[in-house]
Ligand binder design. Structure first.
Ligand code: ADP
Ligand code: MG
Ligand code: MG
Ligand code: MG
Length: 397
């Protein structure tokens, strides 16, 4: 086959040919993705009521009006990352029904009854299971893809499947490079110019970010999701599903945990401006608890797995578990800091902050986010537990 970009019509011809729908006259199809990198078609059979989702990678990314070529191989990587995760946490990812690497297509479970966590949080909703589910997702996926779990040969075989240069290049530029210099890809409000320039001139900070960048590039500890922000988590009151692992690669474990915690942190900072006074303290409590619990659940499960299945029996010691988890914790804070800063200064912001209507409130939130990012990076060896971070966040308000 030769790749072609599907339309709402041609995707049905394809699905019919593959036997995934029986009669294309009897289905509806809607493209719901934002179309910057990928198409997401939702296909519903009118007779059976059954539905499925077709995600197709596009050969380019549309960024700031320009086109950035991107390998279609990321569709395979995303699909294989979903399949890896399904081995350990099948309830926490969409089921993959079919795929076609020539068309850069994954056919998966329709999760339209879920909402994107970022949106749900911005509507003021609380989801009681996210910390437990994401903490579990992280521990299972990060441990089970590690050297300790897989041994020397299997780990390298798996890692070879997840060489993802194009998407790692995006992260490298947008998270670790461009926000720290004058760059066309940056985007921030004019009244932040002074704050941003003081960041660029902060040589201590740039050095710490450069060290984290080096870690991102060289430490193949575990198979990462690679883009675990609150827009990659689908939720209902009962269910959590992690989607969109097209940035998956072997990297430092703290990168995924840091991404998730950074996004909860950004939401917390935003809620100080967004939530009405009556709900603010409850929502704040909920978010701080979610940050603490995500790490607590991750740590507990990761430790159990390591003590049960790590390397050899002689090496499955509490001391070694402490050593591994302390390293992951410090990286979590450092990467969380980088992720927080890039969402204010770099390309691709978050609705949490940008959608704050009051201009003064928005500026306040942006400045707090940048300051929090710096603190996360500088204090990553000082803050020994999530309590230090949540105490800091409480002190902002
Ligand atoms: P992208 O990589 O382009 O960001 P995502 O996988 O994040 O693509 O999907 C984009 C949007 O499409 C999601 O925010 C969600 O609204 C919708 N979507 C993605 N996967 C599914 C699914 N399995 N079921 C229902 N909707 C989905
Ligand atoms: Mg998108
Ligand atoms: Mg994506
Ligand atoms: Mg996405």
């Amino acid at each position: 086959h030769v790749y072609e970009q599907f339309t709402e019509q041609s995707v049905l011809v394809y699905l019919e040919r593959k036997g995934l729908i029986s009669d294309r006259e009897q289905v509806t199809c809607r493209e719901v993705g934002d179309g910057n990198l990928n198409y997401v078609f939702i296909v519903k059979d009118l007779q059976t009521g059954k539905s499925l989702v077709v995600k197709q990678a596009l050969p380019y990314a549309k960024v700031v009006g320009e086109s950035w070529p991107l390998s279609l191989d990321r569709a395979r990587i995303e699909r294989q990352a979903l399949q890896e995760a399904a081995k350990y946490v099948p309830a926490l990812v969409p089921e993959v029904f079919d795929f076609d690497d020539d068309y850069a297509v994954t056919v998966m479970e329709d999760l339209s009854d879920h909402v994107i966590l970022r949106k749900g949080l911005l509507e003021g909703n609380q989801y009681p299971h996210i910390a437990n589910d994401i903490g579990t997702y992280l521990a299972e996926n990060l441990f089970n893809s590690s050297d300790e779990a897989l041994g020397p040969v299997e780990k390298k075989k798996l890692a070879r499947q997840f060489v993802n240069p194009d998407l790692c290049d995006i992260t490298e530029k947008l998270v670790f490079t461009d926000p720290y210099k004058k760059s066309d890809s940056n985007s921030y409000s004019e009244n932040l110019q002074e704050t941003v320039e003081s960041l660029w001139h902060d040589e201590r900070l740039v050095f710490e970010v450069t060290k984290l960048k080096k870690q991102f590039l060289t430490e193949g500890e575990a198979l990462l999701h690679g883009d675990l922000h609150t827009g990659s988590v689908f939720v209902t009151a009962e269910s959590t599903k992690v989607i969109d692992p097209e940035f998956a690669f072997y990297g430092p474990s703290g990168f995924d945990i840091g991404a998730f915690i950074a996004n909860l942190t950004l939401n917390y900072i935003a809620q100080q401006e967004r939530a009405d006074e009556a709900n603010r303290s409850e929502i704040s409590e909920y978010l701080l608890e979610a940050i603490e619990q995500t790490w607590a659940v991750f740590e507990k499960r990761y430790r159990e797995l390591l003590l049960e299945k790590g390397f050899e029996e002689r090496q499955q010691t509490a001391q070694y578990a402490d050593f591994v988890l302390e390293k992951i914790w410090q990286d979590t804070l450092g990467f969380a800091g980088c992720k927080t800063i890039r969402r204010i200064i770099g390309l691709a912001h978050v609705e949490d902050i940008d959608g704050i209507e009051d201009a003064a409130g928005r500026l306040q939130a942006q400045q707090r986010a940048i300051e929090t990012g710096r603190s996360l990076i500088f204090n990553r060896t000082v803050w020994r537990s999530p309590k230090s971070l949540t105490a800091y966040l409480k002190g902002l308000a």
